[in-house]
Design a protein around this ligand. Structure first.
Ligand SMILES: C[S@@+](CC[C@H](N)C(=O)[O-])C[C@H]1O[C@@H](n2cnc3c(N)ncnc32)[C@H](O)[C@@H]1O
Length: 241
């Protein structure tokens, strides 16, 4: 791993799942936890994708984890990452840079530029409103090859993303598993972000639809268990994780 990325990881506080800032007082929760970054790296080694699409670049920590996996696999591989905000990206000036293409746009606006592309892996981690994640799934899932996977972060924190995952769970095109992830934000009783791994097992099946009941959904009620953990089957009890 390039020294620049290791320095970034050294600011991680495993107690809270945040990153200690250099100048500001508050920890930053914008990047995925180091444990999740390492999971993304391992998933790339496991699935051996050639082309990866990521939404939500931020400073590029998750992008670097994906790019490190692509570089370790060898051959021509690329992660395309989409974010409208320009930041001091972590891959710049490192040997990971040739494996990354950044598109400065909202994910909803970049699809035209990517028309005709095929991806082996989607990593969706942008603004976490239901409307955005559904737009992303509707635009980019058709570009995912059969057998390819979708990785999502924050599915147990933001009910907007959880609602979209619920739809994928009910769609026979996909198999889905959701796991807790370690970030506590300093509140041990609060929700943890969580990760969801989705595999596209069939090409044909119901299209992903916008469900009006979730219009505008973002965090939901943070004092309740996450939407994805509020049952769904008769007799299910809510679980914090
Ligand atoms: C949670 S951060 C991404 C963290 C990053 N995946 C990581 O772990 O290092 C969310 C990012 O999504 C970006 N974003 C917000 N709305 C977006 C949209 N419509 N399309 C793409 N990116 C968006 C924000 O600018 C922000 O950088």
């Amino acid at each position: 791993m390039p020294a620049k990325i290791m320095r970034f990881e050294s600011r991680y506080n495993p107690e809270t799942g945040g990153y200690r800032p250099r100048l500001r007082a508050q920890e930053d929760y914008g990047s995925v936890e180091v444990e999740v970054g390492r999971l993304w790296y391992a998933m790339v080694l496991l699935l051996r994708p050639k082309f990866v699409l990521e939404t939500g670049t931020y400073f590029g920590y998750s992008t670097c984890m994906i790019a490190a996996g692509l570089r370790d696999l060898g051959d021509d591989r690329l992660v395309t990452t989409i974010d409208p905000e320009e930041r001091d990206h972590l891959w710049m000036g490192t040997r990971l840079a040739p494996y990354v293409r950044w598109i400065k746009a909202r994910s909803q606006d970049a699809a035209e530029e990517l028309a005709g592309s095929k991806f082996d892996l989607l990593v969706l981690d942008s603004d976490h409103h239901y409307n955005t994640i559904i737009d992303e799934l509707r635009l980019y899932e058709p570009m995912l090859r059969k057998g390819g996977c979708i990785l999502l972060h924050d599915t147990l924190f933001f009910d907007g993303v959880g609602a979209a995952v619920k739809q994928l769970q009910n769609n026979p095109k996909f198999e889905v598993v959701t796991l807790p992830s370690p970030r506590t934000h300093g509140d041990l009783r609060g929700r943890k972000p969580g990760v969801t791994i989705v595999r596209k097992i069939r090409e044909k099946g119901p299209a992903i639809a916008f469900e009006r009941q979730y219009d505008g959904l973002f965090v939901g009620n943070p004092h309740e268990p996450a939407l994805l953990r509020r049952g769904g089957r008769p007799g299910d009890k809510p679980s914090a994780e």
